[in-house]
Design a protein around this ligand. Structure first.
Ligand code: C5P
Length: 234
């Protein structure tokens, strides 16, 4: 699996999303559909964007009892998404149930990854609110190990945690990293940001880029810049 850039299509509905994607004439970017778009438009938006030739990361972050997550994944499996996710904090039985629900009768399934610790959770919040005393790095690494031993393909983590996850779980275990900005860009509400080149240097397999592309004056040029910086050798 090669390095790739995933565009977070955080739009409120179908029209602005399709309008945005219609700007891409020569390439079909990998697209992330999250809660905002999925909850407003339903499963049809996944089928529609898939029919347009895009690969899709369906970022719904499932977390519930194993049986419910299994059923949820079974329902989502038919939509044709290429990548889906759960929260690692749901535990190993839940993650195994997600694998089960997503796997078709032919034994095949899309990529399944786990969110480790949300990048909006600070080390202080982890300790004071969630009562997790082991620290952020150790918690992310442990959750990644749990995801791997449960049969998942990778994790969502910060670019700065990608190298640690690969050390623990092997280079073939995928790291999908949001929080990406250009060196000359606005960091917005993200606390820990990395450039595409820095994410590459940390070993990230996929970067998730939202506003640096979607809010750019020329989104196609911004996407192409992102791809060039992330894939550039050396
Ligand atoms: O606009 P921006 O590049 O900050 O968007 C990042 C995308 O990645 C958003 O869709 C956000 O929900 C998602 N994300 C994140 N941090 C995580 C998990 C997902 O920023 N830990």
């Amino acid at each position: 699996m090669g390095r790739d850039v995933i565009i977070a299509c955080d739009f409120p509905g179908r029209e602005p999303t399709l309008d945005f994607l219609s700007g891409f004439k020569n390439e079909k970017p990998f697209v992330k559909i999250g809660m905002e778009l999925f909850y407003s438009e339903g499963p049809d938006i996944v089928r529609r964007i898939k029919d347009m030739g895009h690969r899709i990361f369906l970022d719904l972050k499932l977390c519930d009892i194993p049986n419910t997550v299994k059923g949820g994944m079974r329902s989502l499996a038919g939509l044709g998404a290429d990548m889906l996710n759960v929260h690692a904090s749901g535990g190993s039985d839940m993650m195994k149930a997600a694998v089960d629900g997503l796997t078709g009768p032919d034994g095949k399934r899309p990529i399944l990854i786990a969110v480790t610790v949300l990048t909006s959770i600070s080390e202080d919040r982890l300790k004071d609110e969630l009562l997790v005393g082991r620290g952020l790095g150790e918690t992310v690494a442990r959750y990644a190990e749990l995801a791997r031993s449960s049969g998942l393909d990778g994790v969502v983590c910060s670019p700065f945690e990608a190298a640690g996850v690969h050390n623990r779980c092997g280079s073939g275990f995928l790291t999908v990293t949001p929080g990406i900005r250009f060196a000359d860009g606005d960091r917005g509400d993200q606390a820990r940001v990395a450039t595409p080149a820095a994410a590459k240097a940390e070993g990230a397999d996929y970067i998730v880029v939202g506003r640096a592309v979607t809010a750019a004056a020329d989104p196609v040029a911004a996407y192409e810049r992102c791809v060039a910086e992330f894939r550039e050798e050396g």
